[in-house]
Write a protein that binds this ligand. Structure first.
Ligand SMILES: Cc1cc2nc3c(=O)[nH]c(=O)nc-3n(C[C@H](O)[C@H](O)[C@H](O)COP(=O)(O)O)c2cc1C
Length: 369
């Protein structure tokens, strides 16, 4: 069904198998870093269980055998409404990290968001797949000179948009990392700050956090982003109020996310926040969504509740661990095929036919992996 070929092996047979393969190959402390959330991991669990509270309102004798799932975001054409998220420390999962993700995205005809806290410099990721559509992620914090310098680098490397992670004024309270005394620096160098010699991830971000005596305001962000012509996305929006504030500051898209449950434990499932944000934003701006997406049916539910594009975090990382570029390609092709299968069975001819009437609340909680 999919427009590109992906390799299927028993280890890569399904998305849940790819996760199991990945977790069996990682050192336990790295698996915990990838899988874990903040605090009691209430939000981490809520992200997954939210999908089981929604069922499909299936129509029959309608739709298409080959539904159209192509779309676009901020002028970027996408073969399916899926992007890869900016997950940093990617070298822990595969030596090629986001370079392999970029190549897989190019094969699949989608785009990736390249992290500031990545193993490879944003220029190196661009060079790894020069024809791939790409978005660069930054943390709006620390010295303005550093932020401006990063904006120029992003422009020069040919990125098409910028994603600003606004839910990260400091790191989340991650107890699995504390329990394992996991030293991120031991196995990880930040590729975007090589000027600092041996500077490691925690040092760079520790410095940015510390120098950031006050959290940046929307006003300050708006002024700095007026210095670039690139459109920007506000990542980490969980309320209608912040969606309005981001829009007023000039954001070109709203990205509903709770960082996969890794930042503030106790915030609701991102899927619940999506409903609030969609009610506020309507059709004015495109909406991206992530947190807890593990299969194609989850993508379809998020689209029906108002997302225009769904972003995969851990799912892409599992593919990376399980098979490098080929593993991420397999994740993409499984998502592509499952999204189309679900749409056909749902009686909808394409993603543009999805809306709240495609879903209904399920009475009982069904447990999910
Ligand atoms: C290992 C790891 C590293 C991450 N690093 C970043 C980061 O540097 N910047 C960022 O905005 N989000 C980061 N995220 C969050 C993801 O971009 C995304 O919001 C989250 O993974 C979505 O939830 P999901 O994994 O349940 O799909 C990271 C996530 C993981 C798992």
């Amino acid at each position: 069904m999919v427009a590109f070929k992906s390799v299927s092996t028993p280890e890569l047979a399904t998305l849940s198998q790819i996760r199991l393969t990945a977790l069996s190959r990682l050192a336990p402390e790295v698996a915990d870093f990838l899988e874990g959330g903040a605090g009691d991991e209430i939000t981490l669990a809520a992200n997954r269980s939210a999908f089981s509270r929604w069922g499909f309102r299936q129509r029959v004798m309608s739709g298409r055998a080959t539904p159209d799932i192509s779309t676009s975001l901020l002028g970027i054409d996408l073969a399916m409404p899926v992007l890869t998220s900016p997950f940093g420390a990617d070298g822990l999962f595969h030596p090629d990290g986001q370079k392999a993700v970029a190549r897989a995205n190019l094969s699949a005809g989608i785009a990736g968001i390249v992290p500031e806290a990545g193993t490879h410099a944003l220029e190196a990721v661009a060079e790894a797949a020069p024809k791939a559509a790409r978005i660069a992620q930054l943390h709006p914090m620390g010295p303005e000179a550093n932020f401006r310098h990063m904006l120029r680098r992003i422009e020069q490397a040919g990125y098409e948009a910028i994603c600003l992670t606004v839910d990260c004024p400091t790191g989340g309270w991650r107890e699995r990392v504390l329990r394992n005394a996991f030293d991120l620096d031991a196995g990880f160098v930040n590729g975007n700050y090589p000027d600092s010699g041996e500077t490691k991830l925690i040092e760079v971000f520790g410095q940015l956090f510390e120098r950031c005596a006050t959290v940046w305001s929307w006003q300050r962000l708006s002024e700095l982003m007026a210095e670039t012509d690139l459109p920007w996305i506000a990542k980490g929006i969980m309320t209608a109020d912040d969606a309005r504030a981001a829009e007023a500051a000039g954001a070109g898209a709203i990205y509903v996310s709770n960082h996969g449950g890794r930042q503030l434990d106790g915030v609701p499932a991102a899927l619940d926040a999506l409903i609030e944000v969609k009610a506020e934003i309507g059709q004015r701006l495109p909406i991206l969504f992530d947190s807890g997406v593990r299969r194609g049916a989850d993508v379809v539910k998020a689209l029906a509740l108002g997302a225009d594009v769904v972003v995969i975090g851990r799912l892409a990382a599992y593919g990376l661990v399980a098979g490098g570029q080929a593993g991420v390609e397999r994740v993409h092709s499984l998502l592509y095929d499952e999204i189309r299968t679900v749409l056909t069975l749902l009686g909808r001819g394409g993603v543009d036919e999805l809306g709240p009437d495609s879903l209904l609340p399920l009475p009982a909680l069904v447990s999910v992996v």
